[in-house]
Design a protein around this ligand. Sequence first.
Ligand code: ITT
Ligand code: NA
Length: 198
Amino acid sequence: KTIVIATKNPGKAKEFDALFSAAGYQVKTLLDYPEIPEVEETGHTFEENARLKAETIAHLLNRPVLADDSGLSVDALNGMPGVYSARFAGEMKSDAANNAKLLHELTHVPDEDRTAHFHCTLVFAAPEKNSLSVSADWPGRIGRIPRGDDGFGYDPLFIPQGMEKTAAELSRTEKNAISHRGQAMKKLQKEWRTWLEA
Ligand code: ITT
Ligand code: NA
């Protein structure tokens, strides 16, 4: 039993691996389907982009596909980078460059104004079915120095609410238990097997 995750981001894929392998499913990603063309993220919301990725690729592969569109919204930046999180510093998509740009933009922002949240929307699409969609947020604040080697993306700068550690200092299990993606998966978990196996 296989579920295709419509992502080329290995950091995301690893988090889904843990979540689906517990249910006896094997996770594949777009890295296993090099023939699938890039789906341009032309939407203005996480929901639109996740739906676009999931439904386009489910149609191309004629099998169930889960897409994740996620990002970081920083209050002092009016919600940026938001849906532009992956390409904040440019199309080259380096996590280090994105983190450096974020720190630079927040240089003069005091600690109490560095609040932010991660958002995750998951859309599960399958041939002949209406897609399932769930979302969740993870509140926190942006630190001043990157810390930690686990996780991916903005994790070394994101300090979850009520914690001192950054998200990159949490183990994958600890992060999944509380993150935007973990919470969205928990919502999906209530519905996806009945939906998929019906
Ligand atoms: P795919 O479209 O191939 O899935 P992507 O990285 O382009 O990969 P998104 O458009 O959803 O995916 O961008 C999400 C970006 O938001 C991601 O590149 C990170 O920079 C950031 N992000 C999302 N979830 C995160 C998390 O759990 N920890 C740290 N950063 C995260
Ligand atoms: Na993206």
